[in-house]
Design a protein around this ligand. Structure first.
Ligand SMILES: [Zn+2]
Length: 85
């Protein structure tokens, strides 16, 4: 599998410490900044072999993966926002 290059917000390369496959095409990449002074750890969402026009199924997968990555508080906020429509 070809790994994407991930960069930290500080501009340094980030190292992928763990890959959490969500589906065939989607994965959470657990990253750590290689800059020792930064040391930022974060999770990047990666979608492999992106089609030019994603199918509805892919969009659903993306949306649910994004929601899963939210904290319970943010999920509650989102739920409240959605129920306004
Ligand atoms: Zn950094």
């Amino acid at each position: 599998m070809k790994q994407k290059r991930i960069f930290c917000g500080c501009g340094s390369r980030a190292r992928i410490t763990k890959t959490n496959r969500l589906s065939q095409n989607c994965a959470d990449l657990y990253c750590q900044c290689t800059n020792a002074e930064c040391g930022h750890q974060f999770v990047a969402f990666s979608h492999y072999h992106s089609p030019l026009s994603p199918s509805a199924k892919t969009t659903d997968e993306l949306a649910s993966a994004l929601i899963k990555s939210l904290t319970p508080e943010r999920r509650k906020d989102l739920h409240n926002q959605l129920s306004l429509f």
